[in-house]
Every structure is written in structure tokens, then in C-alpha cells.
Design a protein around this ligand. Structure first.
Ligand code: NAD
Ligand code: WQD
Length: 336
């Protein structure tokens, strides 16, 4: 039996495949390479000595997906595939609804045809919206403020409804907080196209000299130093959470949402200071206006993951920044 990993050549998917290989599981990756390349397969092989089975396909293409399920004995799907840039989602919302929502429905229809009814889905802390106060708890009301967030929320609703309609389905929605870091080998890491939107890839590209200056979006929030506070989570801890979620599927009925964070908040300036300390590089920054849609503080209550998955974050902020820097300094231009 194999696990199907959609989006498995991407940032979180590639780290998860490494952890699954370390656990001696078989995987099949499906990815259309819209935001990744097959270079990550070479690197996974370098790290683990094993090359994943890879099929270049779009999850929206039901014929291609049927072929995958016909040719491979799939026990469960870890569903990472999707578009993830918040700003872009406001410019091309239809692409986001097509890929993330219609693509997931197509995948679920094919899974149903082949009676594969186990899924771990990549959700996001973005579903907590703007009004809830951290620590964010899984039982809080959900909402979305941009098309990307809407797609995550819609898929959550679809998965809750599906599990309610048919008790054979077992689904875990992992609500990731802010994934950062890289594998400790420095061989795989985050490789954004163009100018990064997220803080860590931006800071690390400033540190390596690819970008001139960081803009800190606002220093007048009600936080310890006025800058935004987030719950950064090491991508390897996040990958291990998927391993644990797959084994928990057998014991959990229906659809369950679980936060994956550390429970700690770190400010933008704390990240900049830590990055300077670790890299020895200068990180010029200027204080800019707040970024529309941002909120002051976001961090998880992380207890449910411990109770249901026997998982907790093991890597601290030093590990996250050291590993980010190792990846960025060894691969100043990403995989290229
Ligand atoms: P990523 O872009 O590195 O990986 C996503 C992969 O999916 C890419 O390799 C891309 O080529 C592939 N893909 C996209 N659309 C596809 C389609 N229609 N068919 C097949 N493959 C397709 O992103 P990531 O950071 O690894 O994120 C993985 C998942 O986690 C995404 O669903 C994302 O929304 C979610 N998530 C990410 C974060 C984050 O900050 N990185 C936070 C919360 C949730
Ligand atoms: C972190 C902090 C910024 C860039 C986003 C998505 C969310 C999830 C994770 C997918 C904030 C500040 C940032 C910069 C800055 N993704 N910042 N200068 O906004 O918490 O979450 O990624 O699901 O849905 O919205 O992450 O890394 O963009 O920002 O000052 O150049 O860094 O204001 O306080 P965010 P981020």
C-alpha cells in the first residue's frame, strides 16, 4: 500500500516525503509543478537514498487521477496540492477557486470511486479570520478575509459535510500556523517564485544579498515591540505531524480539525534579530505601513494535537532560523 501525496514536490510536501521514507512508508507523488520542480525529487533521493514515484498531473484532471488510483494501491491521501499566495488570490480568484476547491472536489470524487476514504488535508490558521483572540482553539468560529482563505474554509466545509454523509470517511484537517525552516541537510527548503510574500523567505534573501531591504509592516501593533506576532513552526515538525495524522486516521471517526503550531508567538523584530545573530549578515530594514489584512497577534493553542496525535513541536526558534539559513546560504538561488 502507498500514500498518495498531492503537491509532494513542494515545500511542505517534500519534507513530509522525507519523514515518510524515514518511517519506511511507500509514497506516490502527484504534482503539476506549477510551484515546484523535480529538483526536489533528486534532493529527497540524496537525503533518504530512495526516489519517490512521481506522476506529473493536475488534481483537476480526473482521467489522470483515475490512472494513478488504478496503477497504485493507495491507502490514504495527504493533500497538499493548491495555490497559496494570499495577494495573488485577490488578483486571480478564479484560479484559486478552481485549483483549491474544484481540484479538491475532483480528487474526492475519484477517491470515492476507488473507495479510498482517508485524507489528511492542509488547512491553515487563516480560517480563524480576524476576530478571534489568540491562543486560537479549534472550536472557535471560522471565517475568511481573502480568496485564498475562502478556499481553505470552503474545503473544510466540504470535508466536514462529506464525513457526515458517509461514516467510512476519516479526515484530518491540519491547520498550520506559520511553517518555516528547512531540512537539517540544507538540501530541501522553501523556494518561492519571484519576490517572496512571507517573512522568512524575504529575510533570508536579504541576508544572502538577493534583496536589498526588508519592509517591516507596521510597528504600532499592540504587541511587545509593536510588530506582528506569529506562531512559527519548523517544517520538519510539521512534516512529522502528517506522519502521526496518517496513523491516527484509523482511530478517528469523521472529520477533525487540529492546530499545528508551537503555542508560542514571535515578533517580526525578534525574527530579524535572531536571523542576524545566526547568519552574521546585516539585515537592513525599514518600518513601513501595516499590510492590509494583517492582524497583530496569531498563535495556536496546541493541546489537541498532543492529545489526538501524540505530537508536539520539538524544534525551537534557533533550530528554525539555523536551518533556514543553512538552506538559503547553501542554495542562494533555491533549486536553480
Ligand atoms: P507549495 O506551493 O510549495 O506546494 C504546493 C504544491 O502543489 C506545489 O508543488 C504545486 O506545484 C502543487 N500544485 C498546485 N496546484 C496543483 C494542482 N492543481 N495539481 C497538482 N499539483 C498542484 O506550498 P506549501 O507551502 O508546501 O503548501 C502546501 C499546502 O499547505 C498548500 O495547500 C498550502 O495552502 C497549505 N498551507 C501552507 C502554508 C505555508 O505558509 N506554507 C500555511 C498553511 C497552509
Ligand atoms: C508574518 C509577519 C507580517 C513580510 C501567511 C498567510 C497564511 C499562511 C501563512 C497559508 C506578519 C510581517 C511579512 C514582510 C513583514 N499561509 N511581514 N514584512 O501573514 O502570518 O500568514 O502565511 O495558509 O494564510 O496569510 O505570514 O510570513 O506573510 O507574515 O513585516 O516582508 O511578518 O506583517 O506580521 P502571515 P507572513
Amino acid at each position: 500500500m502507498s500514500l498518495l501525496i498531492t503537491g509532494g514536490t513542494g515545500y511542505i510536501g517534500s519534507h513530509t516525503v522525507v519523514e515518510l521514507f524515514n518511517d519506511n512508508q511507500d509514497v506516490v507523488i502527484v504534482d503539476n509543478l506549477v510551484n515546484s520542480s523535480t529538483n526536489s525529487l533528486d534532493r529527497i533521493e540524496q537525503i533518504t537514498g530512495k526516489r519517490p514515484t512521481f506522476i506529473e498531473a493536475d488534481i483537476c484532471d480526473k482521467a489522470a487521477m483515475r490512472k494513478v488510483f488504478t496503477e497504485h494501491d493507495i491507502s490514504a491521501v495527504i493533500h497538499f496540492a493548491g495555490l497559496k499566495a494570499v495577494g495573488e488570490s485577490t488578483q486571480i480568484p478564479l484560479s484559486y477557486y478552481h485549483n483549491n476547491v474544484a481540484g479538491t472536489v475532483a480528487l474526492l470524487e475519484v477517491m470515492t470511486e476507488f473507495n479510498v476514504k482517508n485524507m489528511v488535508f492542509s488547512s491553515s490558521a487563516t480560517v480563524y479570520g480576524e476576530s478571534n483572540v489568540s491562543p486560537l482553539v479549534e472550536t472557535m468560529p471560522t471565517s475568511a478575509t481573502n480568496p485564498y482563505g475562502q478556499t481553505k474554509l470552503m474545503v473544510e466545509h466540504i470535508l466536514f459535510d462529506l464525513a457526515k454523509s458517509d461514516p467510512q470517511w476519516s479526515i484530518i484537517l491540519l491547520r498550520y500556523f506559520n511553517p518555516i525552516g528547512a531540512h537539517s541537510s540544507g538540501l530541501i527548503g522553501e523556494n518561492p517564485n519571484g519576490i517572496p510574500n512571507n517573512l522568512l523567505p524575504f529575510v533570508s534573501q536579504v541576508a544572502v544579498g538577493r534583496l536589498a531591504q526588508l519592509q517591516v509592516y507596521g510597528n504600532d501593533y499592540d504587541t511587545l515591540d509593536g510588530t506582528g506576532v506569529r506562531d512559527y513552526i519548523h517544517v520538519v515538525d510539521l512534516a512529522i505531524a502528517h506522519l502521526k495524522a496518517v496513523s491516527a486516521l484509523a482511530n478517528l471517526e469523521g472529520c477533525t480539525a487540529i492546530n499545528i503550531g508551537t503555542g508560542n508567538g514571535t515578533s517580526v523584530l525578534q525574527i530579524v534579530d535572531k536571523f542576524k545573530e545566526v547568519s552574521g549578515a546585516d539585515i537592513p530594514f525599514k518600518i513601513s505601513p501595516r499590510r492590509p489584512g494583517d492582524i497583530a497577534t496569531v498563535f495556536a493553542e496546541a493541546k489537541l494535537a498532543n492529545t489526538l496525535l501524540a505530537w508536539q513541536a520539538e524544534r525551537n526558534l534557533d533550530d528554525m532560523i539555523i536551518d533556514t539559513w543553512r538552506w538559503q546560504s547553501q542554495n542562494p538561488n533555491g533549486f536553480e
